[in-house]
Structure formats: structure tokens, C-alpha cells
Write a protein that binds this ligand. Structure first.
Ligand SMILES: C[S@@+](CC[C@H](N)C(=O)[O-])C[C@H]1O[C@@H](n2cnc3c(N)ncnc32)[C@H](O)[C@@H]1O
Length: 284
């Protein structure tokens, strides 16, 4: 299709990542098609309004706005999530955390699961779908993010099993009358060291929420309290699952060992072979 080719070239000149894919996804989005239909209907003329909407999106993409913010949707664990610039775009490597949570929770009847820093709710909702008897408590410091997570919970039909709470890390969970401890605590907290901020791609740095990424001088600002305080909220032998940066494995393992609150601690690698997930099993 000529319009896709023209847009691809425009994106190439603007040094946009994945120029062809971006062009196809945006055009399909404006026309309400999937990408295959774009090619089966390639002779179709585009209406004036659709063309105007498409041009608007192309200009924004040319300025580096991520495609998923432009379409307002991101796929995670084969579920469709609404995303806005108030939430981080879910990353495929975070599926490792969800798979592990489902594996660990599947042996427990009605497991109680906490998700700290839920963002668009991708972890909490995917766990709710994977563990149909689970009850989930999902927190975030950001009210707008919680609004998006609630919308997504309605769309995925799991809202009845998830409580959304605003506040700092574990603080909103400490005030709860129940559950009496969590079987699983998960979090993909901010973990980018501030000195590395400038090395991130402009697409991330200029468009995704800083509050979802930046984590103090060493990237451990949130990981350390999440590890140190987990034993106050975990049930005996409950599990703490934390996504980490690829070079943080040995430091978070040392923090977990220092607490003496865990009987087993391991770091799992993502599908790219990088350290990505701390799994710590609480004492009896
Ligand atoms: C890396 S994002 C993860 C979002 C989502 N869970 C995911 O996996 O894509 C971190 C999230 O933590 C939230 N956050 C940042 N500081 C926080 C804090 N002190 N307490 C609770 N949540 C916080 C951010 O608003 C953001 O939604």
C-alpha cells in the first residue's frame, strides 16, 4: 500500500524505531483493521477523516511517541491492556514474573496475592486470570495509574477479585484487616539507576512516566525496602517475586540474605539470558 510505504520512508528519515511496523499498526488502528486486513484491502481508498487522524498519529510517532500510547493498547500475557502515558508500557520480560507467580500459586487454594506498583495492572490481572481462585491486592503511588488498572480489570472481567489501593510500597497493605498475610508478593518496581537515565532511548525517557522507572543513585531505592519489609506481610513460606535490572542480581541476593527472613533465594534469567527475577521463599 502506497500510504504505508510513504509513511515508512517518513519514519526512516525521522530515525523512528520499526518504521514499517509502526506505519502498519497506526494505519490499521485508524481503519479499525488488523494488520492482515490492511493487505487484503490494499486497494481501498481512505476516507478524509481517517486520513486526517492517521496524519496526526504519524506526526506524533515522528516525534518519538511510542506506538502503544498512540493506539492506547498493549498486549501482555495474550491479554489486551489499555495504556496511557500515565502508565509504563508492559514489557515482555515481565511475563516471567507472572508465569512464576502462577506456578507458585497454583498449589494453594484461594491464594492471597499482592502486586506493588501495579501500573496498568498487567501483573495483577494476568495473575488473576491464571489463578481463578486468587484474591489480589494491587497498589500504586499513582492515582492515575490505578484508574487505568481499574479500567483494565473491568475489561478483563476480574475486577471483583482485585482490590486497588493507593500508597507508598507496602504502606496501604499494612492497614488492611485481612488477609492475614500474603501467599505471594509480586512487584516490578522502578529500578533504573538515575545515572543511567541519559542512556535510555528518548522514546522511553521523553514519553514513559519517570515515576515508573527512576530508582535513586543505584536503582535499589524501592527494591531494598520491598525485600527488607516483605517478611512482615508474607505468610510463612510465602514467596516474594521481584523484577530486577540485569546487573542487580548479586546485590538483591545479598540484601535478601542479610534479612535472614528467607529459606531460599534465587535469581532467574529472562529469555534473553539476563538476570531478571528475584524469587525469595519465606521461612516457616
Ligand atoms: C516499572 S513500573 C511497573 C508497572 C507494571 N506493574 C508493569 O509491570 O509494567 C513501576 C510502578 O510502580 C509505581 N511506583 C513508583 N513508586 C512507587 C511507590 N513508592 N509505591 C508504590 N508504587 C510506586 C509507578 O507508578 C509504576 O506504576
Amino acid at each position: 500500500m502506497r500510504l504505508v510505504e510513504w509513511t515508512q520512508k517518513y519514519f526512516q528519515r525521522k530515525a523512528v524505531d520499526s518504521p514499517r511496523l509502526s506505519a502498519e499498526i497506526l494505519l490499521a488502528h485508524v481503519l479499525g483493521y488488523d494488520r492482515v486486513k490492511l493487505y487484503t484491502n490494499f486497494d481501498e481508498t481512505i476516507g478524509h477523516d481517517s486520513l486526517a487522524s492517521f496524519k496526526e498519529l504519524v506526526v506524533k510517532r515522528g516525534r518519538g511517541v511510542p506506538v502503544k500510547y498512540l493506539t492506547g493498547h498493549a498486549e501482555f500475557m495474550s491479554l489486551d491492556f489499555v495504556v496511557t502515558p500515565d502508565v509504563l508500557i508492559p514489557r515482555p520480560e515481565t511475563e516471567l514474573l507472572v508465569e512464576k507467580a502462577i506456578e507458585l500459586g497454583s498449589g494453594t487454594p484461594a491464594p492471597a496475592v499482592a502486586d506493588i506498583g501495579t501500573g496498568c495492572g498487567n501483573i495483577a490481572l494476568s495473575v488473576a486470570v491464571g489463578l481463578p481462585s486468587a484474591r489480589i491486592w494491587a497498589t500504586d503511588i499513582s492515582e492515575p495509574a490505578l484508574g487505568i488498572a481499574k479500567t483494565n480489570a473491568e475489561r478483563v472481567s476480574v475486577a471483583g477479585r482485585i482490590e486497588f489501593l493507593q500508597g507508598d510500597l507496602y504502606e496501604p497493605l499494612r492497614k488492611l484487616a485481612e488477609p492475614a498475610g500474603f501467599d505471594i508478593i509480586c512487584s516490578n518496581p522502578p529500578y533504573v539507576p538515575e545515572p543511567q537515565w541519559g542512556t535510555l532511548s528518548p522514546e522511553i525517557r521523553d514519553h514513559e512516566p519517570e515515576i515508573a522507572l527512576k530508582a535513586g543513585p543505584d536503582g535499589l531505592k524501592y527494591l531494598i525496602p520491598l525485600i527488607e519489609d516483605a517478611h512482615n506481610l508474607l505468610k510463612p513460606r510465602g514467596s516474594l517475586l521481584l523484577e530486577i535490572g540485569e546487573d542487580q542480581g548479586s546485590r538483591v541476593t545479598a540484601v535478601a540474605a542479610r534479612t535472614r527472613a528467607f529459606s531460599a533465594v534465587e535469581v532467574l534469567k529472562d529469555y534473553g539470558g539476563k538476570d531478571r527475577l528475584l524469587v525469595a521463599k519465606g521461612n516457616d
